[in-house]
Design a protein around this ligand. Structure first.
Ligand SMILES: NC(=O)c1ccc[n+]([C@@H]2O[C@H](COP(=O)([O-])OP(=O)(O)OC[C@H]3O[C@@H](n4cnc5c(N)ncnc54)[C@H](O)[C@@H]3O)[C@@H](O)[C@H]2O)c1
Length: 352
């Protein structure tokens, strides 16, 4: 549906030419939302670009990290918008990773029932996934993404040059999600071929990262087009996330999201191979990519399997003791299956 679509621009150097990409912001008020890691790196440059239009820019910097994705931060942003007399015709520009994008999107979608939203994603997760598709969210009472809306940005400007300042760990975590997207992509065999031929070592060539991000963005575009409200195909992008979320929650910050997803994917692929539902070669290809990125492949020894299973009852995709799983017959052949949680534990070979 046309109203669900964002205009996406992908090019190195967009950040240094923002005025060219955003003529509609001329003489508008812009709330420029970013985090404390990105502000020292890019805030001045972005403000200078927007002033060229000219536009009236209000920068707002929030502490970096998932803990900022909460209600009190949303209220602070509303207060700034009110104090500066922002109208629905004005813009919120989200400069940052998935946290800034999700939070900024939620504010933009609810302030005066919806102000204009532009995404300027800076992490791999944001560039390849979260800036696109309109999901906005904050966490509440230990539930991740509990409160949110569907509200696509009018424009998404993807500049891979921003990735140069990303830490190696964030880079690997982001690429774990890219690997997952290419695996479930319905544009096969091209995307699986990309997995088998790309080099994922840290220090991957910028051009190669850019190519992988572009491919993952395309995968997301197709899933969002087919299933904007996330009832079916879009859920294929959750491959590896069921076990991943459990492991991430129990690791209490020791594992980043991409690392937990890496473990989740390998756990599911291994079980699928053991049940003869998937060719071992697919598992090997994915493990090879994740290993090159030095991502963890197995559940940490101090996380007991029964605790991981117990944690599944708190999963958003669980209801009445049943969990919805994303399974895979082959590259691009994901499907959904609901299983009773004790049944799933047996299926994994974790209980009798
Ligand atoms: N809306 C969606 O569809 C969707 C999809 C996937 C993930 N998410 C959400 O996205 C968030 C995870 O995204 P994320 O990994 O980008 O998290 P993030 O925004 O916390 O960014 C990760 C870290 O990298 C830093 N960073 C980002 N870009 C940088 C750059 N260019 N240079 C230096 N440092 C940089 C950030 O300051 C932060 O410390 C989670 O909250 C998750 O729920 C949303």
């Amino acid at each position: 549906m046309a109203e669900h679509q964002s205009q996406i621009y992908f090019a190195p150097g967009i950040g240094q030419n923002l005025a060219t990409y955003l003529p509609e912001l001329t003489h508008k008020k812009i709330l420029l939302l970013t985090d404390s890691n990105l502000a020292p790196l890019y805030l001045d440059e972005v403000v200078a670009q927007l002033k060229l239009l000219p536009a009236e820019v209000t920068p707002m910097v929030i502490p970096a990290g998932e803990h900022s994705k909460e209600l009190s931060t949303v209220l602070q942003v509303y207060q700034t918008l009110i104090a500066q007399q922002f109208s629905r015709q004005d813009y919120l520009l989200a400069l940052g990773g998935g946290v800034i994008g999700d939070l900024g999107g939620l504010v933009a979608s609810t302030y005066m029932r919806g102000m204009k939203l532009i995404q300027l994603p800076t992490s791999i997760v944001a560039q390849s996934d979260s800036s696109l598709g309109g999901k906005t969210a904050i966490d509440y009472q230990n539930y991740k993404n509990l409160i949110g809306t569907f509200y696509p940005a009018s424009k998404i400007l993807v500049d891979p040059v921003y990735l140069q300042s990303l830490s190696a760990r964030e880079m690997s975590c982001g690429l774990a999600e890219v690997i997952k997207s290419l695996l479930v992509s319905q544009q096969q065999p091209a995307d699986y071929h990309l997995l088998t031929t790309s080099h994922f070592q840290s220090g991957v060539l910028p051009a190669q990262v850019a190519r992988l991000i572009q491919a993952a963005l395309q995968v997301k575009t197709e899933f969002v087009r087919a299933d904007f409200y996330d009832f079916k195909e879009r859920r294929f992008l959750n491959f590896g996330h069921t076990i991943g979320h459990s492991v991430e929650a129990l690791a209490h910050g020791q594992l980043h999201h991409g690392e937990a997803v890496s473990i989740g994917m390998v756990t599911m692929l291994t079980a699928l191979v053991e049940h003869r539902l998937l060719a071992p070669a697919v598992l090997n290809v994915v493990v090879n990519c994740l290993q090159q990125l030095q991502l963890p492949l197995t559940i940490p020894a101090d996380l007991p399997r029964p605790a991981i299973i117990q944690q599944l009852y708190l999963d958003k995709k669980a209801a009445n003791g049943q969990i919805e799983l994303v399974l895979l017959k082959g590259p691009g052949q994901a499907y959904l299956q609901t299983m009773a949680i004790p049944e799933f534990a047996k299926w994994l070979g974790w209980s009798k």
